[in-house]
Design a protein around this ligand. Structure first.
Ligand code: LLP
Length: 433
């Protein structure tokens, strides 16, 4: 199986985190998001331990909470000792509501409004990851009003193409994010930040993209950032305290995707960063990484009930489910691959046919996956599982067609419980007047 939290029991049913998916579907209904909490915790520890070993005790991982943001996630991160990356006042609100220690929160976004900045300051957000000069002005102004000094990292674009899909590549010079080293804007914003009395420049941040497999991408990004840091030390006498290397590693959606050894990769980055700091005469900064996808992706699965099965002779076959682009827009947006199985009979030996697994929305683009092999006799009432849906599914879900969002059921040490309850029709209408 693609991931070791999947198995098949004696009844021939797909199990996730050791629990029978057919029983979970019967108990909680479909569509249903499942999250393996033990797996999430394991992944946090992998990053934290590896980073401390590779760099030093100050190094830490920040969970990029855009990947899956709900209260239980921030509780887990608090308990595991992770920092968090937040990108909106809504994420800040959710983290604060469960008592997350906000001094460990890093506030991103290419366009923070004055209201966002004030809200983050009021809630004690530790760091702002500053995108641009106007944001620095707003921070200086609002920090002065509050008689405080705000710690910031500057988001810089190192000019690297991470060879992932365009929508998630962010570190190129031509990007809506950050200030480019290549154009001199990174230097300008550094000098400007150093001139502001209510801004404390803690260091630099970069993020080259998401779903990155090339292990040298982080090495190249770190090298460019440290060269820049050394130049700033020489020019302005400013030495960075923190270096944030951005998002985490890619994950396996299909069997043929490579499995990344996260700890080994981090050790490699650690060795390179330490050597380069020495060569450039820099102190080793406190290093941060911001994994989102690799913390939660394979801790997630979505279960659906099969409805209409349509065979169009000479054309295509369609298997419809009771969810779709509303709970998982990633195929519609990025053509993202997923592994799809029949959970009630994953090893059915009936001859296979190829189909598109489609949702229930009123649009043809509502596709979860194309070219999926299914048993020939797949029929209404079968239970279908889409694997590896823990990242960027719930967090990107919508109410298109007024379809309620599925609940999130956490699986923890052979128990299951709601982390997010099923949305009702009245929830959907609650702001309608
Ligand atoms: N840090 C920053 C500044 C980011 O922009 C991101 C992701 C991360 C960290 C986390 O990266 P990860 O470890 O998850 O690769 N909706 C898209 C993904 C957008 C990613 C945006 N930034 C998707 O569904 O593939």
């Amino acid at each position: 199986m693609i991931c070791n939290n999947l198995s098949i029991n004696k009844a021939g049913h797909l199990c996730f985190a050791g629990q029978d998916t057919t029983e979970l579907a019967a108990k909680y209904g479909t569509p249903l998001y499942l999250m393996d909490e033990d797996r999430i915790r394991e992944r946090c520890r992998t990053y934290l331990v590896a980073m401390r070993e590779a760099f030093d005790e100050r190094a830490t991982a920040l969970y990029a909470s855009k990947a899956a943001s709900f209260k239980q996630m921030y509780r887990i991160m608090k308990e595991e000792g992770m920092g968090i990356d937040v990108v909106s006042s809504g994420e800040i609100y959710t983290a604060v509501s469960v008592g997350f220690p906000m001094e460990k929160a890093y506030f991103h976004s290419n366009n923070k409004t004055d209201a966002d900045i004030a809200y983050a300051m009021e809630n004690g957000v530790g760091y702002f990851v500053v995108d641009n000069r106007e944001e620095l002005d707003a921070i200086e102004h609002l920090a002065t009003e509050r008689g405080m000094t705000q710690k910031v990292l500057l988001r810089l674009t190192p000019g690297i193409d991470p060879h992932t899909y365009a929508a998630v590549a962010t570190g190129k010079v031509d990007s809506k994010f950050g200030s480019a080293i290549e154009t001199g804007q990174a230097e300008q914003i550094t000098a400007y930040a150093l001139s502001l009395p209510h801004v404390h420049l803690s260091g630099y941040h970069c993020h080259v993209g998401s779903q990155v497999f090339d292990s040298d991408v982080f090495l190249r990004a770190a090298a460019i950032m440290l060269d820049f840091a050394a130049k700033m030390k020489e020019t302005y006498g400013y030495e960075l305290e923190e270096l944030d290397l951005g998002g985490g590693y890619g994950v396996r959606y299909l069997e043929e995707h490579p499995e990344i050894d996260i700890a080994a990769n981090i050790r490699q980055v650690g060795r390179a960063v330490k050597e380069q700091c020495k060569a450039l005469g820099l102190q080793l900064p406190a290093v941060r990484m911001e994994p989102g996808r690799s913390i939660v992706a394979d801790a997630g699965m979505t279960l659906y009930s099969v409805g209409t099965v349509k065979r169009i002779p000479g054309y295509k076959n369609y298997v419809s489910v009771d969810g779709g682009m509303t709970d998982n827009p990633r195929f519609a947006l990025y053509h993202s691959p997923y592994t799809v199985l029949l959970a009630n009979r994953p090893e059915a030996d009936a001859p296979r046919f190829r189909c598109s697994v489609v949702g229930r929305c009123c649009e043809s683009g509502d596709i979860l996956q194309e070219n999926v092999p299914m048993p020939q006799d797949v029929a209404r009432g079968d239970l279908l599982a889409v694997l590896t849906t823990g990242a960027y599914n719930y967090s990107m879900a919508s109410n298109y067609n007024r379809i309620p969002k599925p609940p999130i059921v956490m699986l923890r040490q052979n128990e299951s419980f709601f982390a997010v309850r099923r949305e009702s029709f009245s929830d959907i209408c609650q702001n309608d007047l």
